[in-house]
Design a protein around this ligand. Sequence first.
Ligand code: ADP
Ligand code: MG
Length: 422
Amino acid sequence: MYRISPQLSEKIKHFATFPQTGVSLRQMVMFGQNPTQGTLFKASQFLSEELPIRLAHRVKELEELPHNLSDMPSIIRVKNWYAQSFQDLVEFPSKEMTPALKDLAKSMNRQTEMQALPENSPNLAMPNGNNHTGRKGVSLSHRYHSAMDGQEWPGDMHTYNEKFTKMIEAVKRRHDPVVTTVAQGILEFKQAKRSHLVDTDVQAFLDRFYMSRIGIRMLIGQHIALNKGPSRKDYVGIICTKTNLADMAQEAIDNAKFICEDYYGLFRGPEVHLHCKKDLEFMYVPSHLSHMLFELLKNSLRAVVEQYGTECDEYPPIKLIVAQGKEDIAIKISDEGGGIPRSGVPLVWTYMYTTAPSQHLDPTFDKSDFKAPMAGFGYGLPISRLYARYFGGDLKLISMEGYGTDVYLHLNRISNSDEPLP
Ligand code: ADP
Ligand code: MG
């Protein structure tokens, strides 16, 4: 089993004292357009600092959880994955960079700092000896392009970029089962305490922890996609600058209906009426959007089917309405599935709260996101709300007990809101 050495532990503590640096959707798009080997190299340097800082914050938090949650075997496993990835990341540059590349990295730092740093900028010592303001202000800004355009990049830079990408791909894969394993840890904790209540401390921890995971996976996913070369039209990495909402919604409807009909053995499940302008496009990460829509639609479909029974000939349709404002895009999903008792509404936002028969925890489900087949994990709503908030949006639920439920998904259009960094 992997063990955290005392030296590594010290290093993690040190990195955890540095603030995390947020990156907005707009910054990612600006940075990722037509990247050169040089910009990709620069981005790898940013990640070599930023990812260990974020991972170190998580290790620290996993060590300091309330009520001995830190001692649960599954929580320790997860902590070790974070520490191992921290180690992979901090050791990589010194192991893999040729001396020539190290010199180049230094001179690139100087060059961009001179171009981009305001005078009198504070010179905070960073773990790798870089300048903090330089790291934040420069590494993800378009100013790089002007500073580094037209240069010939040495072949070992290309090799380095490729190796770095492989390494972070492996890190991402290592963390695939994190959500199910943490959930397992919470179960161990509940059994040890013989209680079914998960208190607010634990809920708040899970919100922070999963939010941070979304951010880390976004940065890694974006870097991998950019390194794989030009992607599909209108894509910058995993961001689509012209995400078509009607198309995405229709796809989510088809998928959710398919799962629903399969799960309940229905010939024809409830209809979903989509009201959305065909040409509504905005900048977003399609995988996040489809995750949220799919989860919300499954919930509504389930509520309607359970309200009217599986023998019903004609269910009341679910409505999916999209409004396009200047500031945000609002999506309302309305069902007549009987709603939720008022006392139950706060519970729906807690992890592992479900009124469906509990599903067995199976790490193979937990590929990149947490996708349960129909229901039963109790992760659908809380994780969807994190995805919405990650880019400055939100998710709200209003229930009319005895009639139905409306959920409101607000997605920020301005796309320059900073990443939430728990
Ligand atoms: P799961 O679907 O796995 O149970 P969710 O987080 O998606 O987990 O939902 C939690 C619970 O909230 C559901 O089990 C259900 O009781 C309730 N719920 C969610 N959406 C609706 C809805 N549209 N109508 C009625 N109840 C709902
Ligand atoms: Mg659900």
